[in-house]
Design a binder for this molecule. Sequence first.
Ligand code: ZN
Length: 132
Amino acid sequence: MDNHCICCSKKPFADCCARFLGGTQQARTPEQLMRSRYSAYALGGHGDYLLRTWFPATAAGLTARELSQRSCEWLRLEVLAKQQHGDKGLVEFRARYRDDKGQEQVMHEKSVFQRSGGRWFYVGGEVSSAPA
Ligand SMILES: [Zn+2]
């Protein structure tokens, strides 16, 4: 096992998502936030981070406890496109995971981000699922 970040950035974890998950730094771009949220899901146990970076209006009803559970095994992340216009951001990505039947699946999402008070938040995403 190497110490590369689980978000597939090829950077050491300490120089990548660990800074954001640990709360020592705020993500400065929508892509950094998206990657750190993927890492939070992939590692499990970071529900508080996921909730803290979720736009409050769209996070209604979610709990840190539920978000901390690993629902599947995340295998790989590819960022396909990113855009930023002022306080709005968009990141398109493909994430591979193994479902509870051991089948490899692909989640393709266009995530929308909003900056508020100098911090980026995840607003929501347009998801399309397809077999691997
Ligand atoms: Zn990372």
